[in-house]
Design a protein around this ligand. Structure first.
Ligand code: LLP
Length: 431
């Protein structure tokens, strides 16, 4: 099947991490996010061991927790030794509540509010990744008020246009993120940062996009970043000790997607960086990477119950489910493709052409179009695969639909990691 944690058992039911999905649906009801803990752990290990092997012991893997954020997942990732990338006070709060050490937290984002900066400084986080001049000034001012010197990296845009979908491209010059190298503003900002007393610039960060399969993209962005580091060193004597190359490693959502080999890609990027450093006659900085999607995406699937199956004669068939864009907005937002199958008919032939529709009052609330499924009927369990990343974390209460719970599987057993929202939860803050 698409990933090795998926299987069809002798009853013809879909198994995920060795657990029958129909039993999970019965026990926890649907919609239901299901997470395979072992898969998250093996991905963490793949990154940390490849990073150590090819970039050395002082390299560091950060988990970009925007991909999937709740306490249990921070605990898993923390126990695998990863540091954490957060982009908001909410992610910071959740990570700290899960016991992540503050010094292992890197605070990202293109517009950190004063409150967030203050909260992060009070919490004694390791690094801010400063986005631009105003933000740098505010971090410096707030750090001064608190009487500390705050470590920072600066986010730069290397001017790379990745081959991925529009909404997740971030490395191009006109991106909303970071400060552009090409326009000379990054150089200016870096020289300015070096004059500030309450921030200590340690290095630079870039993230060129998400769902990237081509290792060359990471080599190209490294070249630009290393050239920049060398130029700044020549000009100011400042020697950046850290280079954070961001995340973005692609994941297989459908059969025709490639499979990106994490170790091989890291080894290629590492050889490239070592050669480049030799060419520039510089020591290799400490290399950081911060994958999100590739750590959690194929560790997740979502289970739904099929409601109406409606064929518009001469046109198309809709299979409606009890969730939709509220728990998985990725098709509505980006047209992203996901694989799906009827979990209680997994061994049957998928010969029913249909569109999977959510229950929101919105035509664009679809999960997949023109997909082949086993002939579904009301009451069947539909599994949408590879939903571990950017599903729960992007979920909403549109139409006041409660968010599904998250169940984590380990050693054939399940545990609740996030409870199902109730109607009371939804109206909790209404006055
Ligand atoms: N670092 C930074 C600074 C980022 O902005 C991101 C993702 C990552 C790391 C992690 O990238 P990943 O390894 O997950 O590709 N909601 C979209 C994806 C948005 C990605 C945002 N930034 C989706 O569902 O496809």
């Amino acid at each position: 099947m698409l990933h090795s944690n998926l299987n069809v058992n002798e009853k013809g039911n879909l198994e995920f991490a060795n657990v029958d999905c129909t039993l999970l649906a019965k026990e926890y009801k649907t919609p239901l996010y299901v997470i395979d803990e072992e898969r998250i752990r093996s991905k963490c290990k793949a990154y940390t061991s490849a990073m150590r092997k090819y970039f050395g012991e002082n390299s560091e893997t950060l988990y970009a927790s925007k991909a999937l954020s709740f306490k249990d997942v921070y605990k898993i990732v923390k126990s695998e030794g990863l540091s954490i990338d957060v982009v908001s006070g909410g992610e910071l709060y959740t990570a700290l509540s899960a016991g992540v050490s503050a010094e292992k937290i890197y605070f990202h984002g293109n517009n950190k509010t004063d409150d967030e900066i203050e909260y992060a400084i009070d919490s004694k986080i390791g690094f801010f990744i400063a986005d631009c001049r105003e933000e740098l000034d505010r971090i410096d001012e707030i750090a001064r008020e608190k009487g500390i010197v705050q470590n920072i990296l600066m986010r730069l845009t290397p001017g790379i246009d990745t081959h991925t979908y529009e909404a997740v491209r971030t490395g191009q010059v006109d991106s909303k993120f970071g400060t552009a190298i090409e326009t000379g503003q990054a150089r200016e900002l870096c020289l300015y940062a070096l004059t500030l007393k309450n921030v200590s610039l340690k290095g630079f960060h870039c993230h060129v996009g998400s769902q990237v399969f081509d290792g060359q993209t990471f080599c190209d962005s490294s070249d630009i970043m290393l050239n920049f580091i060398k130029e700044i060193e020549n000009e100011s004597g400042f020697c950046a000790s850290i280079l954070n190359l961001g995340g973005g490693y692609g994941v297989r959502y459908i059969d025709s997607d490639e499979h990106l080999n994490i170790e091989k890609t890291i080894s290629e990027v590492a050889s490239h960086i070592k050669e480049k450093c030799a060419l520039l006659n510089m020591d290799m900085p400490r290399i950081l990477m911060e994958p999100g999607r590739s750590i959690v995406a194929d560790a997740g699937l979502t289970l739904y119950t099929v409601g109406s199956v409606k064929t518009i004669t001469g046109y198309k068939s809709y299979v409606s489910i009890d969730g939709g864009m509220g728990d998985n907005p990725r098709y509505a937002l980006y047209g992203s493709q996901h694989s799906a199958l009827v979990a209680n008919k997994a061994s049957e032939k998928a010969d029913f052409l249909c569109t999977i529709a959510g229950k929101c009052c919105e035509s664009g609330d679809l999960i997949a179009e023109d997909i082949m499924l086993q002939k579904p009927e009301r009451g069947d369990i539909l599994a949408v695969l590879v939903t571990g990343a950017y599903n729960y974390s992007m979920s909403s209460n549109y139409n006041r639909i409660p968010r599904p719970p998250v169940v984590v599987l380990k050693d054939g057993k399940s545990r609740i990691a996030v409870k199902r929202e109730t109607y009371e939860d939804i109206a909790r803050n209404d006055v």
